[in-house]
Design a binder for this molecule. Structure first.
Ligand SMILES: Cc1ncc(COP(=O)(O)O)c(C=O)c1O
Length: 379
């Protein structure tokens, strides 16, 4: 992409070819289970429209979202769209009317979805959510064999799916995760003993595709992958060879030679030890730069590493241009905040480390001011 044409202060450059490549690698690793693309929260902040269209073409068998608005936006693609958690009262009627697949988190929720489906004379596909350890939503595993048969008696529900969610799939098949997988399989066995079977059974998220092979083979039929599509993973080895799909860029606004002893930024958390050329770039915490990068992170300008000086402010960040000696870059120069290659590359994971968080939070923190520019076909 020609950065010169970008008329934005901060932008994410999202490579759809890489997104498709990641999707195909995850799909191959998950086979025979089939990939559902989790595109909630605007595809984790990266722009649900272009990403969903590309993954649709690449063979996603369905899409998962968190809420109704997100689900309705994906319906025109014509593939199954599933809300992963529960629906609120004001979402239910429209969800049923539009044929959104709904999660059943408890008997009461099932009754409400059933009643609405009867009212509309519709059959609603539902997947029953079983809580084997996440502790967030779902029918507790110990109650599942009693409650699920009650749900199946309700009219106008097509409960063909059942699923669970790991709290820590990145830890692989350790004792805890093995216990959760076994518990889920036990629930399926107990229900099977009552003559109840499901066509769609899923437990794996992205990290489970890397680390939990047991949930990729029958009876499991699907995996739900979100962050892996964007190239993030947890663990030492990038066993699937996923690649980051985006870089985050901004521009240099100005630079000045500053004298030794001068403070930089709010609260003067940096005081220059020597005369330094300091550049100001047009991105700050309103754009999602974590305050934790203050005095610790670096940016790349013409592939040179430029340490962040002082505290990140709302709209600006100050960096040392020492690496350029007497030949500083011109105002307007492109600054890479996340991206680059080799030793000096800045990754989502490195930001997450400095922020004391995980990559999901970094991705979902890019502000509304950050332009999303998709490159690659179907953009
Ligand atoms: C129920 C459920 N399944 C799957 C996912 C996708 O997880 P990941 O992004 O780790 O692949 C999420 C994301 O939070 C989720 O809540």
């Amino acid at each position: 992409m020609n950065d010169g044409n970008v008329r934005a202060r901060v932008w994410l450059e999202i490579d759809l070819d890489t997104a498709e490549d990641n999707f195909r690698k995850i799909a191959a690793a998950a086979a025979p289970a089939k990939p559902l693309a989790v595109l909630k929260a605007n595809a984790y902040g990266l722009g649900v429209g272009p990403i969903s269209r590309r993954l649709d073409r690449a063979g996603a068998v369905g899409f998962c979202t968190a809420d109704l608005k997100e689900a309705l936006a994906l319906k025109p693609l014509g593939k199954p769209v599933q809300i992963l958690g529960g629906v609120l009262d004001f979402e239910r009627a429209e969800a049923v009317a539009n044929g959104i697949i709904l999660g059943i988190t408890d008997l009461e929720a099932a009754k409400r979805i059933s009643a609405e489906s009867v009212r509309q004379n519709k059959i609603t596909e539902c997947h029953v959510k079983v809580d084997v350890g996440m502790g967030r939503l779902g029918i507790l595993a110990d109650a599942a064999a009693e409650v699920i048969p009650e749900i199946l008696k309700l009219p106008n529900l097509n409960c063909c799916g059942i699923y669970a969610h790991f709290p820590s799939s990145e830890r692989g098949e350790n004792e805890e995760n093995t216990r959760q997988i076994q518990r889920f399989l036990q629930v399926l066995g107990e229900l099977g003993g009552k003559g109840i079977a499901f066509r769609k059974i899923h437990m794996a998220n992205s990290d489970a595709v890397h680390h939990c092979p047991s949930v990729l083979k029958p009876p499991f039929t699907h995996v739900r992958t979100g962050i892996g599509l964007h190239g993030s993973f947890t663990g030492e080895a990038n066993t699937l060879g996923l690649r980051p799909v985006f870089s985050l860029k901004t521009r240099l606004l100005a630079h000045r030679m500053m004298p030794a002893g001068h403070g930089i930024g709010y609260n003067s958390t940096c005081r220059l030890k020597k005369a330094t050329r300091v550049g100001t770039v047009t991105a700050g915490y309103a754009d999602g730069l974590p305050l934790g990068l203050s005095n610790r992170g670096h940016v790349l300008i013409q592939e040179k590493s430029c340490p962040i000086l002082g505290r990140i402010s709302m709209d600006y960040t100050t960096v040392s241009l020492e690496a350029f000696g007497d030949d500083p870059p011109s105002p307007g120069e492109v600054v890479t905040l996340i991206g680059g290659t080799g030793q000096s590359a800045v990754t989502v994971e490195s930001w997450a480390g400095l922020k004391g968080t995980h990559p999901y939070d970094v991705l979902c923190s890019f502000g509304p001011r950050v332009e999303r520019i998709h490159v690659g076909s179907a953009a």
